[in-house]
Design a protein around this ligand. Structure first.
Ligand code: ZN
Length: 68
């Protein structure tokens, strides 16, 4: 019975800070969550890509809100 509760907590869906989608697979950075798909996209996004500033902007917001 106790194990069941633990499993429920682990598989709890968390909203991704980039796309806002609730995902289970992903990485946690400073209490924020980035889903696997977005993490992969960030890694593969070229610095000159139009999406790159967006990712940086989102991450800056994230770190600023933590320091405030
Ligand atoms: Zn995402």
């Amino acid at each position: 019975m106790e194990q069941r509760v633990e499993i429920a907590e682990i598989t709890e869906h968390v909203a991704c800070m980039i796309c806002g989608q609730q995902q289970v697979e992903g990485i946690h950075i400073c209490d924020e969550f980035i889903c696997e798909a977005c993490e992969r996209e960030i890694v593969h996004t070229d610095v000159r890509d139009a999406k790159y500033p967006f990712f940086i902007h989102r991450m800056k917001q994230m770190f600023q809100s933590k320091n405030a």
